[in-house]
Design a binder for this molecule. Structure first.
Ligand code: AMP
Length: 217
């Protein structure tokens, strides 16, 4: 199957949709945000830098992301397709990604843009909770996405936590970063004729149906 890239503002549901794609198609989900959150727990200089940058809502230095992406894409499990989420985040990263793909002999695949209103994102950001162990995503502001037991993961019983950057102040910085840095990459992929747009102001199930149709075609 074709590789998949998600482009969307913060809290648009990329992670949730990626989980559904993983469940149906069994391809790996590569999220730079998830990888960086792991690095932020390390007790060293880089761990501390990443933790502080993530909490502020700004982007980490481009160079940190390149090696991390290339090393991950080289793994065997990517050979039958993968979902990339959170990378590239700016034009410089998009150009670097083109080079990495060429080097590894991969196609960019379907670039799926999830469009969504800012008000909806604000509501989602403050309610989002994530499982410490399996990274499943919940939202306590939506009945259908709330965990059955408060603060406990339905899937694995792990503890749920709130991301350090899931507050309105960091959200505003992240949203502005998206408009300034990430939106310009949309044209880059439009020109390559690989961009597919999906309306994200909808239920999780309906958004997934639209994404699944893109994957199947
Ligand atoms: P996400 O989980 O995709 O919302 O990413 C969370 C945070 O990780 C972002 O706000 C950035 O601080 C950092 N991050 C994730 N991906 C990248 C990237 N490609 N380049 C720079 N920073 C990133």
């Amino acid at each position: 199957m074709k590789n998949i890239m998600f482009i969307a503002p913060p809290a648009a549901g990329k992670g949730t949709q990626a989980e559904l794609v993983v469940e149906k198609y069994g391809i790996p989900h590569i999220s730079t945000g998830d990888i960086l959150r792991e690095i932020s727990k390390e007790d060293n200089e880089i761990g501390q830098y990443v933790a502080e940058t993530l909490a502020s809502g700004k982007l980490v230095k481009d160079e940190i992301t390149y090696k991390l992406i290339e090393d991950r894409l080289k793994k065997d499990d990517c050979k039958n397709g993968f979902i990339i989420d959170g990378f590239p985040r700016n034009l410089k990263q998009a150009y670097e990604y083109d080079k990495i793909l060429k080097k590894l002999d991969y196609e960019v695949g379907n670039v799926i843009l999830i469009n969504i209103d800012k008000e909806t994102l604000e509501k989602r950001i403050v309610g989002r909770r994530i499982c410490e162990d399996c990274h499943a995503i919940y939202n306590i502001n939506y009945k259908n996405s709330s965990p059955k037991v408060d603060s406990i993961c339905d899937n694995c019983g792990g503890k749920l936590y709130q991301r350090t950057d899931d507050n309105l102040e960091s959200f505003n910085t992240r949203y502005q970063m998206y408009l300034d840095k990430t939106e310009p990459i949309i044209d880059h992929y439009r020109k390559q004729n690989v961009l597919k747009e999906v309306d994200g102001n909808d239920t999780i199930e309906n958004i997934f149906k639209k994404i699944d149709n893109i994957i199947k075609n």
